[in-house]
Design a protein around this ligand. Structure first.
Ligand code: DAK
Length: 256
């Protein structure tokens, strides 16, 4: 636990919670650094199988911290490569589920999207309102939003800065599961526990294969997937998973 990130362990799942409620969990540099340090440390724990990243009832996160950015100059932002740290969070290999209640705006929406998938409550609101502040999305929103919801809707959201409710976000493909507000965290933890119960190698490679579909041609992606599929036959978990199926029992994955 740090000043701005609380950590709760639920078996093989770590719940990371933004802890800046007065600022609606606005993402400043300290919060980002604490999150990356906490998540990187936990990522080395072999008993950890999945993260849940969450906020509070009112806000997942209302964006990058406007007060922190307001007086910055161009050279400061560029020299510091402000917010490139979020790429380090994205690169952490343990899966991450965003559990979203309330506002997920600007950087908040972008951080939800850099998780592997989003579980949201019915009152959640998503948007990229940076245009209203005279800037544009800065943590991958212009790229990830168009991949998730399509170019037209991404343009609509980024150019008008309007908010999208959770129903629209679900039908557009930004939200994977939509549940009642008070069920968001428990649903995310249950999904994370399910992921964490599987072979760690299979989970990691499945994630990488899906992510590769954003980067390469279909032909390259399918070849990558097949090669990874072959390589998993070098793991004990593959033997155990298939043996358990034949023996009609629950597999015991060792991560080997
Ligand atoms: N930053 C700082 N403080 C924030 C904040 C934010 N993003 N959002 C809310 N707060 C603070 C408010 O100032 C207020 O503080 P006090 O006045 O109480 O001290 C407190 O949280 C409660 O907010 P409100 O009083 O406004 O609450 P309401 O329920 O009335 O409204 C709201 C909720 C979410 C609709 C509203 O707070 C709002 O519109 N917030 C701003 C949303 C927003 O514009 N988000 C985008 C931020 S910009 C980059 C480029 C760009 C970016 C980053 C990097 N690079 C090139 C690297 C920018 C990214 C962004 O996310």
């Amino acid at each position: 636990m740090t000043e701005m990130i609380t950590v709760e362990r639920v078996g093989r799942v770590a719940v990371l919670k933004f802890n800046r409620p007065k600022q609606l969990n606005a993402l400043n540099a300290q919060l980002a650094a604490e999150l990356v340090e906490t998540a990187s440390t936990l990522d080395r724990d072999r008993d950890l199988g999945c993260f849940v990243l969450t906020g509070n009832e009112k806000a997942f996160a209302a964006g990058a911290d406007i007060a922190e950015m307001q007086e910055r100059t161009y050279p400061e932002m560029a020299d510091e490569d402000y917010f490139s740290i979020w790429e380090e969070f994205s690169a952490i290999r343990t899966p991450k589920i965003a559990a979203v209640n309330g506002f997920a705006l600007g950087g908040g929406c972008e951080v939800a999207m850099l998780c592997d998938f989003v579980i949201a409550g019915r009152s959640a609101k998503f948007g990229q309102p940076e245009i209203k502040l005279g800037v544009i999305p800065g943590i991958g929103g212009s790229q990830r939003l168009s991949r998730l919801v399509g170019r037209g809707l991404a343009m609509d959201l980024i150019l008008t800065g309007r908010m999208m409710d959770a129903e629209e976000a679900k039908s557009a493909g930004l939200v994977a599961r939509l549940v009642d507000d008070d069920k968001v965290l428990e649903t995310a933890i249950a999904a994370a526990a399910q992921i964490a119960s599987y072979s760690k190698s299979a989970v990691r490679w499945a994630r990488e294969a899906v992510n590769r579909s954003d980067e390469v041609t279909l032909r390259e992606g399918i070849l990558f997937e097949r090669r990874v599929f072959h390589s998993l036959f070098a793991t004990q978990d593959q033997k155990e998973g298939m043996q358990a199926f034949i023996e009609k029992r629950t597999p015991k994955f060792s991560g080997k």
